[in-house]
Ligand binder design. Structure first.
Ligand code: ADP
Ligand code: TYD
Length: 254
């Protein structure tokens, strides 16, 4: 193919924006430049990265490795988790440890309440920290609710209710560590005799299927990267880091 024709084809592929679209872009740019607060928030805002996976899939291990890497690159981070260690999270943990009983719908609702406090809390809420430029690494978020509670509560209802969270803080990237329930249970069973409410094979099989269903439902709204969990921690970490480099070019060369 002649060079000129090749260039022509490439230009067609780029699909230049129409006059109107370009005008909107110019207007948006002018608005941003004229409003220092808006410009500041865009430049300063951190990133929101969520880890998901069934119990024992290796989230904690990978979060530790990622935090170490980001810190070495002088990225300001904030590591956090759900259920939180706040008052609603503590109540949830008592239910998970089987010290208090609650019905499945109440548990799902408590997780949402805990999440909203996690976002908005005046002292250590994620939203403020994100806006101040921190990269938030969160162990579990609303996908856990869809996966763990759609066994008893309609998934679409859970997604609608969690729009309160999604509208405020939608993750920039969701990393799902995919491990079979049997392998995950084998890992967490080592040296343990007590198991939390959902740490059993039957529930985790359902949870694992529900994760896939939720990811399919939300494929056009969320950025989800699935990583195979039956590998060495180092290999998994390398795949996670590649996913971050793809999503956040700002990390290149840091
Ligand atoms: P989670 O936070 O998802 O519950 P953890 O990171 O706590 O998972 O890992 C659960 C257990 O499996 C821990 O004992 C941990 O040392 C072990 N583990 C984590 N990643 C791997 C891996 N890639 N291969 C083998 N064992 C692992
Ligand atoms: P945790 O001790 O944090 O376990 P892990 O290291 O596996 O994440 O326990 C969290 C438990 O809470 C886990 O079983 C999943 C469950 N969970 C829900 O059921 N719904 C939710 O919305 C969230 C965030 C967690």
């Amino acid at each position: 193919m002649a060079l000129a024709q090749q260039e022509d084809n490439q230009t067609n592929h780029i699909n230049l924006p129409s006059k109107e679209r370009r005008q909107v872009k110019v207007q948006t740019f002018t608005k941003i430049v004229k409003e220092p607060k808006l410009l500041h928030s865009i430049l300063m805002k951190g990133k929101f990265i969520v880890f998901e996976g069934i119990d024992g899939s290796g989230k904690g291990t990978q979060i530790a490795l990622l935090l170490e890497k980001l810190k070495k690159r002088n990225i300001p981070t904030h590591s956090t988790f759900e259920p939180t260690d706040g008052p609603i999270g503590s109540l949830i943990r008592n239910i998970l440890r089987k010290r208090i009983t609650a019905d499945e719908q109440s548990i799902a609702a408590l997780f949402l309440a805990d999440r909203l406090d996690h976002i908005h809390n005046e002292v250590n809420g994620m939203l403020k920290l994100l806006e101040a430029g921190r990269w938030i690494i969160c162990d579990r978020y609303y996908f856990s609710t869809y996966a763990y509670h759609s066994t008893h509560v309609d998934m679409d209802w859970l997604i609608e209710a969690n729009a309160l969270a999604a509208d405020k803080m939608r993750p920039d990237l969701v990393l799902y560590i995919d491990l079979s329930p049997q392998e995950a249970l084998d890992r967490i069973s080592k040296g343990r005799t007590n198991f939390d409410l959902f740490e059993n094979k039957e529930r985790l099989e359902l949870v694992s299927n529900n994760y896939n269903e939720a990811f399919q439902k939300l494929a056009d709204k969320e950025t989800i990267v699935k990583i195979k969990g039956d590998d060495s921690p180092e290999h998994i970490h390398n795949k996670i880091w590649s996913a971050l480099l793809d999503k956040f070019p700002i990390l290149e060369g840091r």
